[in-house]
Every structure is written in structure tokens, then in C-alpha cells.
Design a protein around this ligand. Structure first.
Ligand SMILES: [Zn+2]
Length: 310
């Protein structure tokens, strides 16, 4: 049995050394380190938080929009989408209603992929690329995607090779682990590959104590003495106590800050920052700029151009 496995392994080595590739070899161009940030679903924090982070560092990102959610509570409006595009962001389709495309009939997939594109285009937006909801796709979905889009992105937690399937661009989710995110950037640089990160709403979570009163959904939060500001979204829980979630708007909330709700007047003490995605994303861009000035931060469409993909 072991001998058989060895035999198969040798066969594999011979075939891979022969330079035989079943992938589209016309897409081979060059390999260079690229990083792309995509924000899925069309959350309003693409505009209220991410746009500022990226423009302050002279960079742009991508917003993948589910068209049925536009103008909904917590989601982007049409003028915000326009402003993102005017600032150099790429707007991608993330379907019409965010289904698992693998579970739909061909005509349903066709409708999701075509209508989302035409809806965005009717708003004056340029839409060339697609993000599959839940990162789920298959051969049938990819075939329909080819009719309307230049590429499609799924997950996979892999870097993209210079020989790639443009209807299966691989990406990493931005997790609450900054050092791990930086190690992916290190790999993209050393292997000269395209790293695509995806994220959703940009929020922060803090452990709190000494709470007085109840914060109100959507109210502004003031942090003193740090001077930071945020927007309250939900209460939460962490190991050994209560927590709150909020959208970080400006400044950096610090331990021992007193948090005050503008409308409710409720207060609490900030014990520990569990995570602050605004600061993490800011750190990731700074890390690229200071450690790897040769890495280009690009939109999906620009990345495809640089990879020499039609
Ligand atoms: Zn999504």
C-alpha cells in the first residue's frame, strides 16, 4: 500500500515538473505582490469609516453591494456609493438578494447576477466584478458569471497565483488577529502573489464595567479622556462580563475611558478593547507602506489588469 502511494506521488511529481497546466495558460503574465481590500454586503461603514481610513493613507478599496439592501438601515445609500466610486473605489456586485447561488436554478442565478449589475449601472455605477455570497460558487454559477462579469471572488484562504481562475479569486477573511493578517501580507510579498482580504461592517468591541443607564441604538458615544467618538450598535458579553459593540468614528478609545451616550446619558467605564477593526485595518495599510513599499494596494479590476488577465 505504501509503495502504491509512493508510486502515485512520483507520478504526480513527474506530471507537475513537466509544466503541464490545465488552467487557462493565456492568463499567465507576471507575478507581483498585490493586496486588495473588499468590503462585502454594502454596509454604511464602507462610507462612514473605511473611506476615511483608505483616503487618509492615499489608498482605495472595494465595496461589494447586495442591491436589495441599498438604502436600508445600516447600509449604503446611492449618493454614498457614487461618492465611493468618485473617490476611486471599485463597486462590485454581491447579487440582488444575497442567496447561496449553489442552491438556485440556472434561471434564478441568471436573474441574481444580471439584475444586480443592471440595477447598479442604472445608478451610474461601473460594475465589472462579482463577489459570491457566502463565498459559494460552482461550475454552473461560474459559467453564468462569465456572461456578465470579468471575475468572481470566493473565499478559500489562499493567495492568488499568477495562473489563476478569475471566476474563483481566492480571499482571506479579516479576523480579529492582527499578527496573522500581517503574516499573510508577508507571504504575499515573499511569494509575489495577490492577496485579497474581505471584511464586512467595521465595528469595535470593548469590555465594560460600572454601567449606568442603557445606551440607545444608533446614538453617538463619547470617550473621555481619549476624545474618541463612536456610534452604539449593540450590547454584548465577553468572558467575565458585559461588553458593547460600536462603530468607531474618530480617535482611538482607550482603557479607563468613560463612555457617555449622547442621547441616553448612559455611562460606563472602558475596561479593555477586545478589538477595533478601524485601527486594525489602519495598521495593516501602514504595515504595507512601511515594510513593503513595493506592494501595490489595488482594486479587483486593477489587480486583474496587473495580472494581465483579459
Ligand atoms: Zn455577503
Amino acid at each position: 500500500m505504501n509503495r502504491f502511494i509512493y508510486f502515485v506521488f512520483i507520478l504526480f511529481l513527474i506530471s507537475s515538473c513537466g509544466g503541464v497546466s490545465t488552467k487557462n495558460s493565456s492568463s499567465i503574465n507576471k507575478s507581483e505582490p498585490l493586496v486588495t481590500f473588499v468590503f462585502d454586503d454594502g454596509n454604511e461603514t464602507d462610507y462612514t469609516v473605511a473611506k476615511n481610513i483608505f483616503s487618509a493613507q492615499g489608498e482605495v478599496a472595494c465595496s461589494a453591494v447586495t442591491t436589495n439592501w441599498i438604502n436600508g438601515k445600516g447600509y449604503l445609500t446611492v449618493p454614498q456609493l457614487m461618492e465611493l466610486q468618485n473617490a476611486g473605489w471599485e463597486i462590485l456586485s454581491h447579487t440582488e438578494s444575497h442567496p447561496n447561488l449553489k442552491t438556485l436554478s440556472e434561471s434564478q442565478v441568471e436573474a441574481e447576477l444580471s439584475k444586480s449589475k443592471s440595477t447598479l449601472e442604472s445608478m451610474g455605477l461601473i460594475v465589472k466584478n462579482l463577489v459570491y455570497p457566502y463565498n459559494k460558487t460552482n461550475g454552473a454559477v461560474k459559467k453564468i458569471a462569465e456572461k456578465y462579469y470579468r471575475s468572481g471572488r470566493d473565499g478559500g484562504s489562499m493567495l492568488n497565483l499568477y495562473i489563476l481562475d478569475r471566476y474563483e479569486l481566492k480571499s482571506y477573511s479579516i479576523k480579529h488577529n492582527l499578527s496573522k493578517m500581517k503574516s499573510y501580507i508577508d507571504n504575499a510579498h515573499s511569494e509575489k502573489k495577490w492577496l485579497i482580504f474581505y471584511h464586512h461592517r467595521i465595528d469595535a468591541k470593548i469590555k465594560i464595567s460600572d454601567k449606568n443607564g442603557n445606551f440607545m441604538l444608533g446614538e453617538n458615544l463619547f470617550f473621555q479622556p481619549s476624545g474618541a467618538k463612536g456610534k452604539y450598535t449593540a450590547k454584548g458579553i465577553v468572558f467575565l462580563g458585559p461588553a458593547i459593540y460600536f462603530i468607531p468614528l474618530s480617535g482611538i478609545p482607550k482603557a479607563n475611558d468613560i463612555v457617555t451616550g449622547q442621547t441616553s446619558g448612559a455611562t460606563c467605564r472602558l475596561d479593555r478593547v477586545i478589538y477595533n477593526k478601524k485601527e486594525d485595518i489602519n495598521d495593516m495599510i501602514e504595515y504595507i507602506h512601511t515594510k513593503y513599499p513595493d506592494i501595490k494596494i489595488v482594486t479587483i479590476d486593477k489587480g486583474l489588469d496587473l495580472m494581465g488577465i483579459p
